[in-house]
Design a protein around this ligand. Structure first.
Ligand SMILES: [Zn+2]
Length: 260
């Protein structure tokens, strides 16, 4: 079954992502959304320029998402998202674990700019591993949950919000609530918690609108075939028929990203 991966990053072991795109070719992954990261993670090539470079190199296969730290001044962030939207980027990427609350009123001008630019917003949600090399960083999970996006999600119906890792384990019911009530809220199923909630068939998941759940892997790469077989099995056990699985693997993301 063809697919789109809504959540990958630029790998330090494959900075041009040539090997990665070959793995996508072998497994019917038509496109992947590549998210920028802060300069604190040794597994990945961090920074938005690395994303811009691989998006240019693999045009149409890798799509761009600009990392934004809402702890920085709004004017700077608005300039940043305008700059990357002009390069054809589709999304912004946030990690509230670094200590901001996306609901905070002071971010309203930023959200207005995101909506005006037609960008989506994908946020890390739940527990954040961080980088073992930087144990001094202050990380906290409290504001990295779907309800911390409720204000901008209500006010800006044209921004599609994607809660990564299905909104985190402890807060997955917030994901269920927002996906059920707001047409512009979605979730990806990246490991660990995104995988965990579906493998355990937690209450509330089976009745969700199946146009709201997106395939994402955080870089499956050479493991795409195994990962997709596993996900097919998990989604079947959650009641997803063939047409639901087509939506999950491909059609939902294609609609959001306006590809295919
Ligand atoms: Zn990620």
């Amino acid at each position: 079954m063809k697919s789109i991966d809504i959540h990958i990053h630029v790998l330090a072991s494959d900075p041009d992502m040539d090997g990665y795109v070959t793995a996508m070719d072998r497994n019917g992954v038509e496109a992947a959304l590549v998210h920028g990261l802060p300069e604190v993670d040794s597994m990945y090539v961090c920074g938005n320029e690395a994303v811009a470079r691989v998006v240019r190199r693999h045009r149409g296969r890798l799509l761009g998402s600009v990392y934004v730290d809402l702890g920085c001044p709004a004017e700077d962030n608005i300039r940043l998202v305008r700059q990357y939207a002009a390069l054809g980027f589709k999304s912004i990427k946030l990690i509230p674990n670094y200590g901001f609350d996306p609901n905070d009123e002071k971010h309203e001008p930023f959200w207005q700019a995101v909506e005006d630019l037609g960008l989506m917003a994908l946020s890390h949600c739940g527990w954040f591993m961080g980088d073992k090399l930087r144990p001094e960083l202050r990380l906290q999970s409290l504001t990295a949950s779907p309800f911390h996006f409720e204000v901008p999600a209500r006010r800006h119906p044209k921004i599609n919000f994607i809660f990564s890792h299905f909104g985190g384990a402890a807060t997955y019911l917030e994901t269920v609530v927002l996906l059920s009530r707001l047409s512009n809220c979605y979730a990806d199923v990246c490991p660990g918690w995104g995988l965990w909630v579906f493998e355990n068939r937690l209450p509330g998941l089976q009745t969700l609108d199946r146009s709201k759940v997106l395939f994402g892997t955080d870089n499956a790469g050479n493991r795409y075939d195994r990962r997709m077989r596993r996900w097919s099995r998990i989604m079947r056990s959650n009641g997803y028929n063939r047409s639901d699985r087509r939506k999950y693997f491909y059609e939902n993301a294609a609609r959001l990203l306006k590809v295919g």
